[in-house]
Design a protein around this ligand. Structure first.
Ligand code: AKG
Length: 257
C-alpha cells in the first residue's frame, strides 16, 4: 500500500476521497475477474444516462457469489470506514460497474442523497471502488469534485471534476457526500471494471436490502464479520437492532438450522 489507513482517513475527511494503491492481492484480482465474467454475461447495458448506456452493472454481488467476501470484510477497509463513520457500520451495496468505450460522463451526484438529511451533516456513507482494470481519465475512471463533501449547495453539474487514475488492484474510497460520477470513455480499446462496495452507518437503512438479498439459510455459514455487516448486529448496548431482546444473529441461526 502507498499510504497508511490513518493517512487515508485524513484524506477522506479533508478532500472527500482517497486512493490506496496495491490494495487487492493478485489472488483477489484473479478470483474477482473469474466471478465477474459470469456475472457480466447475465446483465445488459443500462438504459438511461445515469445507469449508462455503455455501462454494465450488477448489484447484490454478495448474494450472487462468495468470491468477494474477503474484500467486503477486509480489516484495513473496515478500519477506514469506521475511521470516517464511527464504530457502527454495515454493508449498503455490493456491485459491479463496468464502463465500455463510448460511454459519456455520468451526471455528478452524492450517494448520501438517498437519505433526506439536511446538510451539513456528519458523514454516514463511505463508498469504495476497487479497480479490477486500470482506471484512467480516458477509459471512464471515476470523476469527482475534491472538497465537495463539505458543500451545502445542490450539486453543480458544471463544477470542475478530476478523473481518478489508479492502477488495477487499487481502491478509491470516498465520503458519500462527495460530488462524483462515472467518467466518459474515449478509449476505444480499454474497458474499465470496478467493484463498488458501499458501507453506511449501522443506524441507517441499507441501500440494498441485505436481509432479502442474501437467503437467510445461507447466513450461518458466512464469515462472522460479514454476518454482522449484513445487518445482523446491534448497537447501543443491544437496544438498537435487537430481536425480542436478543442478538438477531442468534435468533436467525436458531431459526434456520
Ligand atoms: O462507476 C463509477 O465510477 C461511479 C458510479 C457511480 O457513482 C454510481 O453509479 O452511482
Amino acid at each position: 500500500m502507498n499510504k497508511s489507513i490513518a493517512e487515508a482517513i485524513t484524506e477522506v475527511q479533508r478532500d472527500g476521497y482517497t486512493v490506496i494503491e496495491d490494495f487487492l492481492t493478485d489472488d483477489q484480482l484473479r478470483d474477482s475477474e473469474e466471478a465477474l465474467v459470469k456475472i457480466e454475461s447475465q446483465v445488459e447495458f443500462g438504459r438511461d444516462i445515469f445507469s449508462g448506456t455503455r455501462t454494465k452493472r450488477s448489484s447484490n454481488l454478495v448474494g450472487l457469489t462468495r468470491a468477494f467476501d474477503n474484500v467486503v470484510i477486509d480489516e484495513r477497509m473496515l478500519e477506514l470506514v469506521r475511521g470516517v463513520l464511527g464504530p457502527d457500520i454495515q454493508l449498503s451495496i455490493s456491485a459491479m460497474i463496468k464502463i465500455f468505450p463510448g460511454e459519456t460522463h455520468q451526471p455528478l451526484h452524492q450517494d448520501d442523497g438517498l437519505w433526506p438529511a439536511p446538510r451539513p451533516h456528519q458523514p454516514f456513507v463511505l463508498n469504495t471502488m476497487y479497480a479490477i482494470d486500470d482506471f484512467t481519465a480516458e477509459n471512464g475512471g471515476t470523476t469527482l469534485v475534491p472538497g465537495s463533501h463539505q458543500s451545502t449547495d445542490p450539486v453543480d453539474q458544471e463544477a470542475e471534476r478530476i478523473a481518478v487514475s489508479m492502477p488495477r488492484g487499487a481502491v478509491l474510497a470516498w465520503d458519500g457526500a462527495t460530488w462524483h460520477g462515472g467518467g466518459a470513455s474515449v478509449d476505444d480499446a480499454a474497458e474499465r471494471c470496478g467493484l463498488n462496495i458501499n458501507y453506511n452507518a449501522g443506524w441507517l437503512k441499507q441501500q440494498e436490502n441485505q436481509f432479502v438479498c442474501i437467503p437467510q439459510e445461507e447466513v450461518p455459514s458466512l464469515p462472522k464479520q460479514l454476518q454482522r455487516l449484513l445487518g445482523y448486529q446491534t448497537s447501543f448496548g443491544g437496544i438498537l437492532g435487537g430481536a425480542h431482546g436478543r442478538d438477531p444473529l442468534d435468533v436467525l441461526v436458531e431459526r434456520v438450522s
